[in-house]
Design a protein around this ligand. Structure first.
Ligand code: ATP
Ligand code: MG
Length: 453
């Protein structure tokens, strides 16, 4: 057994000591072990113990049953979280989804044996700083290899999610997938359709938050995962574009995703999916040009389907599709202030920053280099100056409301909505009209001339 050098945090050692003094074993496992071997600082701590959750509860003030079905609890200790899982052996599987039962064991070796990859099947005893590595995980870390533990096909048949986890680790760590493991992924990729979308989403979120998600999407293509999880992206492969575009729709999409900031999942997903409707709307003009008429609408619709399928929260899906729907703006300096105000009103102030970030990423991914930022910069400045005038941009900011309109004889109901919309458009055109008397007069005229039957 090898001794490692790492200054474990005091809190971790205290948690460890408390578990050990109660008569149980306790080891650091998972991502933290990989990080330490890669000379990186772990961001979170997974612990493995032979104490059952019931045996852990009395040892600490706060033990949250975060994954009690799988024997996982989260110990909160001095403001730190320790995800702690009882040693397990894999139960029988009825399908490629979930272990049917949790079988606890008191044997660390047994527990390591049920893990997915060699690099994930190591443990560290943090007091003695001993590395327990029965399957050559350290060697594979050194060689930057993802290798299934034992027979890869069996591992993936037990739990198909591991196929996507291999991609995730490969992307996150920039490791290569060992050939037999990759071969088994190819054969069993279709079984990913048996895995719950919630579990798939957790892995996808990690791929999307990595430095270069395109590596993951290329791997998914190579292993046949893409048509199973993202058939809409699969059909973008080979769809040529003309003009300044250097890439087909698929490559453009994944490069756009890379170019979006990794800490902004909204923009990253919007970047990945912003052109996904192109294959459907693609047409050829009589002159032989390729056009994608109103592709942003089809893309937004497909993106919505995809995000719902992966059970993303509705609010997230709405933000992403909103960006996609509005990504095709064409600002010119000749735009009037009123046109700028209408744009801000349409997109919504709170989405402007994300929309510009998406647009910059889109620019990068068009020809593979940063596009001239001057037009976008001038547009930003125009928007800033329009916002600084604090002209009204929404119904809330009008100098009249529904009550005022009722008082001058406009009935509540659809007509009222139409009148308010008309007033807002007038004020967007000319903010000086946002004055109660003026708007009431305007409203009465509009109603009488255009709406009253
Ligand atoms: P991260 O840094 O993203 O947390 P991790 O390796 O710690 O990476 P987790 O999903 O937290 O990944 O899981 C912790 C450990 O549990 C893994 O290292 C692995 O040993 C084991 N594990 C998790 N999911 C599976 C699975 N589906 N099949 C087998 N082992 C798994
Ligand atoms: Mg972890």
């Amino acid at each position: 057994m090898e001794r490692i050098r790492y200054p474990f945090p005091k809190e971790l050692l205290e948690v460890h000591t408390r578990i050990v003094q109660a008569g149980y074993q306790c080891y650091v496992v998972g991502g933290a072990v990989r990080s330490i071997l890669l000379n990186k600082n772990p961001t979170d701590w997974d612990l493995a113990t032979d104490a059952t959750p019931e045996e852990l509860f009395p040892l600490f003030k706060t033990v949250i049953p975060t994954g009690i079905k799988h024997g996982t609890v989260t110990i909160l200790y001095k403001g730190q979280k320790f995800e702690t899982t009882t040693f397990r052996i894999e139960g029988p599987y009825s399908d490629a989804r979930h272990p049917d039962h949790v079988h606890y064991t008191r044997d660390l070796q047994e527990d390591l044996k049920r893990r997915d990859f060699t690099i994930n099947a190591m443990a560290i005893e943090p007091r003695e700083k001993l590395l327990i590595d029965p399957y050559g995980g350290q060697e594979d870390v050194k060689r930057c290899l993802i290798r299934a533990l034992g027979d890869p096909k069996e591992r993936f048949q037990e739990d198909a999610l591991r196929i996507l986890r291999a991609v995730r680790f490969s992307v996150q760590l920039r490791f290569t997938i060992e050939e037999q493991t990759k071969q088994a992924m190819r054969v069993l990729a279709p079984t990913l359709s048996n895995v719950s979308f919630e579990r798939l989403r957790d892995e996808m979120e990690k791929i999307m938050a990595s430095e270069t998600p395109s590596i993951g999407f290329n791997l998914m293509t190579e292993t046949g995962i893409l048509p199973i999880l993202f058939p809409e992206l699969e059909v973008c492969r080979g769809v040529e574009q003309k003009g300044s575009h250097a890439f087909d729709v698929f490559t453009h999409s994944i490069l756009c995703c890379d170019a979006a900031p990794k800490h902004n999942p909204t923009v990253r997903w919007a970047a990945l999916l912003h052109d996904i409707g192109k294959p459907i709307v693609k047409t050829m003009t009589p002159e032989g040009d390729i056009v994608f008429h109103r592709h942003e609408q089809t893309s937004a619709q497909l993106a919505s389907n995809i995000l719902r399928r992966f059970r993303f929260p509705v609010a997230f899906e709405k933000r992403v599709t909103h960006l996609i729907l509005h990504h095709m703006f064409h600002y010119e300096d000749s735009w009037t202030d009123a046109a700028v105000r209408r744009f801000v009103r349409k997109v919504g102030k709170e989405h402007l920053e994300d929309l510009f970030t998406l647009r910059e990423a889109d620019g990068w991914a068009t020809a593979g280099k940063r596009q001239d930022p001057r037009t976008l910069t001038r547009f930003r400045e125009r928007i800033a100056s329009v916002l600084a005038q604090s002209a009204p941009l929404s119904l809330k900011e009008l100098a009249v409301n529904g009550n005022d309109l009722s008082e001058v004889g406009i009935p509540t109901g659809p007509a009222m909505g139409t009148v308010l919309q008309f007033l807002l458009e007038s004020v967007l055109e000319d903010p000086s009209m946002n004055e109660k008397e003026t708007l009431l007069k305007l409203a009465k005229n509009f109603y009488q001339e255009r709406l009253k039957i």
